[in-house]
Design a protein around this ligand. Structure first.
Ligand code: NAD
Length: 401
């Protein structure tokens, strides 16, 4: 694949880095930036043959097969429109839109043009995430009841993020988009997110948008997704997931405390890891950052999807669902109530009553609890299915119990 990257900022570099860091048959052939100097600088640095400050020329260039959008949130729709017009597959960074309405327009544009729309949600491609999802899909955790994802750091690096008009919001739209899609994957993408309850506040920065928020996303099967986001967290970038199922539990520390710890007086410090606040003292570097954050696996899935004419693991449709959940979160933060997730287009299972599936012990009893006591005895707490009576059985003498 011959790739154009639109943008020359922070994420454009991450993308370029992941596309050139390993041997690949895919090559970046063009960099677009509104500043021709920045486009040229990046093109020179990454040995990219073409650069431009004209978006339409970049997208329609004969040596471009696929376009990556790495522009500020307010420009995603215009860039997708240009790709749809040119009939070129397009991969857009997160969040897809500033609102669900904007995301839906992008989804409709790629659908009408018959091109692939890939949603660049890297954290749903990190090695730890992929392994845990595979294991959860195979049933290792049983029925998923609760999935929590947290992203917190000291705030973004460019002015436009802090401008609600341009960004679409604060920490919820910027970081919550990751957390919502992570929890949605764990719970099951076929299960509809139905309602959101959210607290959001502007606690530290003089901005219109929120710099802290916590939200609960209720799913049609009764599962709960939880997102925690902050632009006020001090100490680096905290990316953690927790999943609880009927048969197991999973905790992932994606970034800050991954087992790589280093102390330096800071004499010749430099870049440590994304959003690291210091290059001295105890540090938590990240080995292969673009791989550990999921970018490498993400692009492999995207290009293979284009070549094989299939949907990628994360598509524009997923980006649209995430935006719809975010809209409901903002509505709830305003109203203080549960707010419905408004989905004009839903491709998953139809709503059903939340399943109450209890473990049967035998024909007459449910099994509520089984536990091995310090005495070595195993006890069972049972409930009679007809009378509701609770009883306790022991498989051997309970000693001091
Ligand atoms: N993990 C991730 O997936 C991740 C991480 C960071 C950012 N992002 C996303 O990437 C996008 C860009 O963020 P960033 O961190 O690279 O920001 P950035 O400010 O570093 O870069 C933004 C880019 O957009 C360009 N731009 C801004 N206004 C423009 C205009 N009016 N006309 C033309 N170009 C314009 C800038 O020149 C720059 O190239 C955002 O949508 C952001 O949410 C994703």
């Amino acid at each position: 694949m011959r790739i154009a990257i639109l943008g020359s900022g922070f994420i454009a570099r991450f993308y370029a880095e992941s596309l050139i860091s390993q041997r690949r048959k895919d090559v970046v052939t063009l960099i677009y930036s509104r500043s021709i100097e920045r486009a040229e600088t990046l093109a020179t640095e990454y040995k990219v043959p073409h650069f431009s400050n004209n978006l339409d020329e970049a997208v329609t260039h004969v040596e471009v097969d696929v376009v990556i959008i790495a522009l500020s949130n307010d420009l995603h729709l215009a860039a997708v429109t240009a790709c749809a017009k040119a009939g070129k597959p397009v991969l857009c960074t997160k969040p897809l839109g500033r609102t669900a309405a904007e995301a839906k327009q992008m989804l409709d544009l790629v659908t009408a043009a018959g091109i692939m729309g890939g949603y660049l949600e890297d954290l749903c491609y990190s090695p730890k995430f992929l392994k845990s999802l595979q294991s959860i899909k195979a049933g290792s955790l049983g029925r998923i009841l609760w999935a929590k994802s947290r992203e917190a750091h000291p705030g973004p690096h460019s002015n436009w993020f802090w401008n609600k008009e341009l960004s679409g919001g604060g920490a919820i739209v910027d970081l919550g988009c990751h957390c919502i899609e992570i929890a949605r994957n764990y719970i099951g993408k076929e299960i509809k997110p139905v309602e959101v309850m959210c607290w959001a506040a502007t606690q530290v920065h003089p901005i219109e948008a929120e710099d802290n928020a916590i939200g609960l996303v209720k799913y049609a099967n009764g599962a709960i997704g939880q997102f925690e986001v902050s632009w006020c967290f001090r100490g680096g970038m905290d990316l953690r997931d927790e999943v609880q199922g009927t048969e197991g539990t999973l905790w992932i520390n994606n970034f800050l405390r991954t087992g790589f710890e280093m102390f330096s007086t800071g004499k010749s410090g430099g870049y440590v890891a994304e959003k690291a606040e210091s290059s001295s003292g105890w540090l938590f570097p990240v080995g292969d950052e673009v791989h550990e954050l999921g970018y490498t696996n993400m692009f492999t899935d995207m290009f293979e999807s284009i070549e094989n004419n299939r949907e990628p693991q994360e598509s524009f449709y997923d980006g649209y669902v995430v935006n719809a959940v975010i809209d409901a979160a903002y509505a709830s933060a305003q109203s203080g109530r549960w707010e419905k997730v408004q989905l004009e287009e839903w491709r998953g299972e139809q709503d059903g009553a939340p399943a109450a599936i209890f473990n049967s012990y035998d024909e007459e009893h449910y099994l509520i609890k089984e536990e091995i006591l310090p005495s070595g005895a195993t006890i069972l707490i049972l409930k009679d299915k007809t009378t509701g009576e609770l009883s306790r059985r022991s498989t051997s003498p309970e000693g001091g119990q």
